[in-house]
Design a protein around this ligand. Structure first.
Ligand SMILES: [Zn+2]
Length: 145
């Protein structure tokens, strides 16, 4: 079952949109992301595009958050430059976000379809890396999906 609807953190969207408007330049930085840490702080970042697989903005935010001592993120959103609005995370980011923060909420959609969903709703029946390590304890399913 998908998680019930949750409020949309518009302040977080605006933080990402502001970074996208003011800090994204040319081909290297085209996406901004903002995350709400458990303690309420907002951490922002932009992607570092490179043909070898430079990190998306969401992954930069994970590192920036850790650099500020914020290891628990509650909600994340990405916004594209050139007024593209909220952009859903790519497949790689969904997997990383799920592995780092299994209870994370993600803002997706646009206009009156903006909504907050669980990362588990964006990645149903996914591979759980931690469950396949030699010393892993079996974990309960995160979603009754
Ligand atoms: Zn990505």
């Amino acid at each position: 079952m998908p998680t019930p609807p949750q409020p949309v953190d518009h302040e977080l969207i605006e933080a990402a949109a502001r970074i996208a408007r003011t800090r994204c330049r040319g081909d290297h930085h085209t996406m901004a992301s903002a995350a709400r840490a458990r303690d309420g702080r907002v951490i922002t970042g932009v992607n570092a595009y490179h043909f070898t697989g430079g990190p998306c903005a969401e992954l930069v935010v994970i590192g920036a958050a850790a650099a500020q001592g914020a290891y628990e993120l509650d909600t994340i959103v990405a916004v594209g430059d050139r007024d593209r609005g909220v952009v859903s995370p790519c497949g790689r980011c969904r997997q990383v976000l799920f592995d780092y923060f299994p209870a994370l909420n993600v803002i997706v959609g646009s206009g009156d379809r903006l909504r907050t969903v669980s990362i588990t709703d964006l990645l149903p029946e996914t591979y759980v890396w931690a469950d396949h390590q030699l010393d892993a304890e079996p974990t309960a399913p995160l979603s009754a999906g």
